[in-house]
Design a binder for this molecule. Structure first.
Ligand code: SF4
Length: 387
């Protein structure tokens, strides 16, 4: 994907969107419901589509949920795929099998959200951003997507830098669906609660969901829990109990504390992870075109905010921080200090994956979230040493 038509890459897509009278949301889970909350007064939403048969025939948020086969899509109807990157793989296969066309018949949630708002309302609306204050972690997961087992040391940021990044980000971005403070293990980082408090207090009205995560092995101190309870923040608690049973007591105590402090949380028990396999991947002989296709096929859409810049693939950025990808070249990065109000569409284009080069340096060492890398690996497998 090369960035040839800056500021106009989505003109055709917006034209198609504006020709639609009503939309179905494909995915009645968390993403679908969030999308519904944001858009219910902006566009006509006809109903949900879901692959889970237990949802078929049920009303969800006042809308009927059906299977894809059960809906008949009129010329002025569109489908918005409202699922996470991992969950949408089979949905996209179903849509293609029925010969629906991307950006004509169906649209991805991230693109729809940002393109609609920047064209219709002149607002920069991001679907998500990842913000990594520290990679420090008490576990040593073999397939860590921070690539901690490859790193010589943890990467830990200073408070001043965090605040500068947050303020700069919100001087450019009007609204965001999901602001994700990631790790490392955020409950080990000394400023996590202060950071969430700062973001919520100053920019909470421009964030649909402020979320952080924990590996479920640490019970935060009372003062941290107190601060979290005062913020509109969600905590994803990863459940690794079958891999690190020595922390089961802490896990149970953590849940008890979250309940006690009325902190919103969600237990995440993933069946499998993905291995980007940088130590055994070598695409250095690939042509530019092949690398661009590799990037295009990669379902990875997370980007990272760091040092006043947005990194076009957060895993490439993490690999760089871990010391296994070299410095990232400027084409992979959007410098927010260069932003001005006449560049809103450009910023949105970058956030949606446009870069001049069309891939990252790390794409040469990374298997990506592609159909060729669909084999999962066991979550939270522990190593006793670095790779
Ligand atoms: S192939 Fe890897 S480095 Fe390239 S975009 Fe996908 S996840 Fe990022």
């Amino acid at each position: 994907m090369k960035w040839k038509n800056r500021g106009h890459e989505y003109d055709d897509m917006y034209q198609k969107i504006s020709e639609k009278n009503r939309f179905y949301l494909f995915g009645a889970g968390d993403y679908g419901k969030q999308f519904m909350r944001i858009f219910k007064s902006e566009i006509q939403i006809k109903g949900y589509i879901d692959s889970d048969i237990s949802r078929h025939g049920n009303m969800i948020d006042g809308k009927m949920c059906n299977s894809l086969e059960d809906i008949s899509l009129g010329e002025n109807d569109g489908i918005i795929v409202t699922m996470s990157q991992a969950a949408r793989v089979s949905a996209l296969e179903q849509l293609r099998a029925l010969e629906y066309r991307k950006n004509t018949d169906y649209f991805m949630i991230e693109e729809f959200l940002s393109v609609y708002h920047v064209y219709k309302n002149d607002k920069v609306y991001f679907s998500s951003i990842s913000f990594l204050p520290s990679t420090a972690c008490n576990l040593n997961c073999r397939y860590c997507l921070n690539f901690n087992p490859f790193a010589k040391q943890f990467y830990v940021r200073e408070w001043k830098e965090l605040v500068q990044d947050i303020d700069l980000f919100f001087s450019c971005v009007d609204h965001i669906m999901l602001f994700h403070v990631s790790g490392g293990e955020p409950m080990l980082y000394k400023y996590t609660a202060d950071l969430l408090e700062y973001i919520d207090k100053n920019y909470g009205d421009r964030i649909d969901t402020l979320r952080t995560v924990t590996n479920g092995t640490i019970v935060p101190k009372e003062e941290i829990l107190q601060k979290l309870s005062m913020c509109d923040v969600e905590l994803t608690v990863d459940d690794y109990r079958n891999k690190v049973p020595q922390f089961n007591t802490q896990f149970e105590e953590l849940i008890r504390k979250l309940e006690e402090y009325h902190i919103k949380y969600y237990i995440n028990k993933a069946d499998s992870w993905i291995d980007l396999a940088p130590e055994r991947t070598d695409y250095t002989s690939w042509t530019e075109d092949k690398l661009i296709t590799h990037r295009d096929n990669c379902n990875q859409s997370w980007q990272e905010l760091r040092g006043g810049k947005i990194y076009s693939c957060n895993y490439a950025a993490y690999a760089s921080v871990a010391g296994i990808a070299g410095e990232q070249d400027l084409e992979e990065i959007y410098d927010l200090s260069d932003f001005s109000s006449d560049k809103k569409k450009e910023l949105v284009e970058f956030r949606l994956g446009y870069t001049t080069k069309g891939y990252t340096g790390f794409c040469r060492k990374c298997r990506g979230f592609t159909s060729e890398n669909s084999e999962g690996v066991e979550p939270a497998v522990q190593l006793t040493q670095r790779i």
